[in-house]
Each structure stands twice: as structure tokens, then as C-alpha cells.
Design a protein around this ligand. Structure first.
Ligand code: IMP
Ligand code: MG
Length: 179
């Protein structure tokens, strides 16, 4: 696995620090609210597991499955719901937890979908942001780290369903996905 990595972008320790800081900010901002964390599987599951334990507030969690990518490295632009959430969102302060904001198609779709279900508020927390790649504008309130336009894996992020279990985030060698 590690042999396929060109460069480590975020070490395990750097990720821990980012998550701790995001958790502290969210704890501060959501005091007295009805925090409801919604995560998109599978990529953000690792981030979600750590982030929820860095938030010192009562909260609910839910998981959704969306599809936009197939097995390539660029978005197709058409997002579909594969698994929806069952719980109502009225009166909830929804925070969408995502691994990476790339073109923005996924989060734009999800944000608009959740808004229609009458929550108190909807905000976005993404661990990584690739601003150079944006196709649609998405306002993420919490961003762990901006990264360059490179395909990254690890800490939940995959290429063709692999590398999710690496504890750090690294840039994949282009030859891994070009052949
Ligand atoms: P968007 O709809 O283009 O913003 O794509 C968001 C989704 O694409 C993320 O949730 C990831 O699943 C996937 N994605 C985007 N960039 C990367 C990357 O560099 N590595 C792995 N997955 C990525
Ligand atoms: Mg994802």
C-alpha cells in the first residue's frame, strides 16, 4: 500500500490535531443546539468516527450513501442517493461531515436535499478541500485543510475501494491509476 504513495500529505499526528481543532470549534458553536451529524459513506466514516469523539456535546448521527464516482478519479457530476436517512430533521441542527470537497457536486446536491427537510440549520464540515477543482460553489463552514489538485488516499479515502485503512493521507502515484 505504502509503496503506491508518492508523498505523505498529512501524517496521523497532523490529522489528529486537525480533527481535535474542528471538534473544539463545533463544540463551541453548537452549545444548546440539536446537533445532528450526517456522514456520507464510505469515505468520511473514519473522519466521522474521530470527529464525533472530539465533540463534547450530545448529538445524533446518521449515515447516507451517495454515488458519483464509479471507480475513476474524476466526478461524473450526477449524484444519486443509494441509501437515505430514516430520521426526520425538523428542529435539528444538521452538520454534514465529508472527507473531501472536490468539484462540489456531491455536497451541493446533499446540502439542497437536506435543506428541503426543514432542519433548523444545515452546515458542512469537510476534512479536506481541493478549491482548484470546484465546479459548483459550496459554502463549507468547517474546513480541516486545503490541499492541491492531487488525488489523495488514506484515512477513509479510496482509489478503487483500496487504501481506506491507511492511517495517514497521501498522494497516490499517478501510475497507479493511469494504467
Ligand atoms: P465532489 O462531488 O467532486 O466534490 O466529490 C466528492 C467525493 O469524491 C468525495 O466524497 C470522495 O469520495 C471523492 N473524491 C474526490 N477527490 C478525491 C480524492 O482525491 N481521493 C479520493 N476520493 C476523492
Ligand atoms: Mg466521499
Amino acid at each position: 500500500m505504502v509503496n503506491d504513495i508518492r508523498e505523505v500529505l498529512l501524517t496521523k499526528e497532523e490529522i489528529e490535531k486537525l480533527v481535535k481543532d474542528l471538534g473544539a470549534r463545533i463544540t463551541e458553536d453548537y452549545k444548546g443546539k440539536n446537533l445532528f451529524l450526517i456522514t456520507v459513506l464510505k469515505g468520511a466514516s473514519v473522519f466521522m468516527a474521530d470527529l464525533m469523539r472530539a465533540i463534547d456535546l450530545p448529538c445524533e448521527i446518521e449515515f447516507m450513501v451517495l454515488s458519483s464516482y464509479g471507480s475513476g478519479t474524476t466526478s461524473t457530476g450526477s449524484v444519486k442517493i443509494v441509501k437515505d436517512i430514516d430520521l426526520p430533521l425538523e428542529g435539528k441542527d444538521v452538520l454534514v461531515v465529508e472527507d473531501i470537497l472536490d468539484t462540489g457536486y456531491t455536497l451541493d446536491f446533499l446540502f439542497n436535499l437536506l435543506k428541503k427537510r426543514n432542519p433548523n440549520s444545515v452546515e458542512i464540515c469537510t476534512l479536506l478541500d481541493k478549491p482548484e477543482r470546484r465546479k459548483v460553489q459550496v459554502a463549507a463552514k468547517y474546513i480541516g485543510r486545503e490541499i492541491p489538485d492531487e488525488f489523495v488516499v488514506g484515512y477513509g479515502l479510496d482509489y478503487d475501494e483500496k487504501y481506506r485503512n491507511m492511517p495517514f493521507i497521501g498522494i497516490l502515484k499517478p501510475e497507479v491509476y493511469s494504467n
